[in-house]
Design a protein around this ligand. Structure first.
Ligand code: AMP
Ligand code: MG
Length: 330
């Protein structure tokens, strides 16, 4: 098996060096970022990038995010750098925000799905940082899961779904953020939020002023931007999002119908059938995000046919979680 364990804060330099060599040789390495596990390849090598699409079964129109070690390295893959980019990079990098900017010619079309722009990000996870420094190249890395499936937050999720299609999996335990990065297009005067994440709209607006929100980015419905497919991040089980007051009734109905049922709840139920696979998450958007995908993976592993999800609270800080729950439920 190509999976090796490393310490999340002080990864073994020998493992990092081996991974960096593989990347420079055009191979695929799955590694933890603070958001989810990424499936990395040399972003400047079209054949290596093609391997990502092949391993994931990813449609060629869905662009990849390029990971770099710092803002200077980001400037070497983009054609234009502006005040919006500078402000957001200074405020949030390293961290879970991707900036979309006009690409340089050196960035292959395969990375950007033919677009003239590229999404670029400086991750904060010590393993991702060590790998970027050792490899000395920009690393294109979408989430390390088969296309349309739930993103991996554990090395075991990658191993179970992509397995031998990856040359090396670096496992450093659970990813701390748990959902994919906030994606913001800063190539125009008015920045546009393309995908919500854990960095919120008010936090972004405090840096760059008012931003536009791409249609659908607010509620997890289909949007025009490439790759923003309506159904995405989806488990095998059917998800049913219900109001807090209806949770117990819907759970009872699903059980009565003889289905294998999971429940992802914020409020503890007063009574619950013991056959129901229950995951309780606190009403804290950061903790919810961190646990959401591992819960969805666990429901699939338990063979749940339906998962009853208590509707998450309103509020800007829940936008990223709400978007992913919405997509998983279609
Ligand atoms: P993933 O790496 O799986 O988290 O997905 C990357 C996502 O980032 C894509 O599905 C797009 O939604 C977005 N993205 C990446 N590059 C661009 C770009 N150049 N323009 C617009 N969106 C992008
Ligand atoms: Mg993905």
């Amino acid at each position: 098996m190509p999976l090796v364990h490393v310490d999340p804060f002080e990864p073994d330099p020998a493992v990092i060096e081996r991974a960096a060599e593989l990347l420079r040789a055009g191979r695929l390495v799955a590694f933890p970022t603070e958001t989810v596990y990424g499936l990395g390849a040399n972003a400047l090598d079209p054949e290596a990038v093609a391997r990502i699409y092949e391993a994931k079964g990813r449609p060629s129109y869905n662009p990849l995010i390029v990971h770099v070690s710092d803002a200077a390295a980001a400037r070497s893959v983009v054609r234009e750098w502006n005040d919006r980019a500078e402000g957001l990079a200074t405020a949030f990098w390293p961290g879970p925000i991707t900036l979309v900017l006009p690409k340089r010619a050196e960035v292959p079309d395969a990375v950007t799905a033919g677009l003239d722009t590229v999404g670029v990000r400086v991750p904060s996870h010590p393993v991702a940082r060590a790998l970027l420094l050792a490899a000395g190249i920009p690393i294109a890395a979408p989430s390390a899961n088969p296309s349309m499936m739930v993103s991996p937050t554990l090395g075991a999720h990658v191993e179970g779904s992509l397995g031998e299609r990856v040359d090396l999996i670096i496992d450093a335990g659970p990813t701390p953020v748990g959902i994919e990065s906030t994606v913001i297009d800063v190539s125009h005067a008015m920045p546009t939020l393309l995908r919500p994440g854990t960095i919120t709209v008010p936090e972004i607006e405090a840096v760059v002023g008012p931003i536009a929100i791409a249609s659908g980015a607010a509620e997890g419905v289909a949007r025009a931007s490439p790759g923003m497919m309506e159904r995405h991040y989806a488990p095998r089980a059917r998800l049913v999002v219900v109001e807090p007051a209806d949770v117990e009734r819907v759970l009872a109905d699903e059980r009565a119908a003889g289905r294998r049922v999971g429940a992802l709840l914020i409020s503890a139920p007063t009574a619950i059938d013991r056959s129901i696979i229950l995951v309780l998450v606190p009403a804290d958007p950061a903790v919810y995000a961190q646990r959401l995908y591992s819960a969805l993976h666990a429901f699939d592993e338990a063979g749940c046919e339906v998962v009853v999800v208590e509707r998450v609270p309103e509020g800007v800080e829940w936008l990223g979680v709400r978007d992913r729950v919405g997509r998983a439920g279609r």
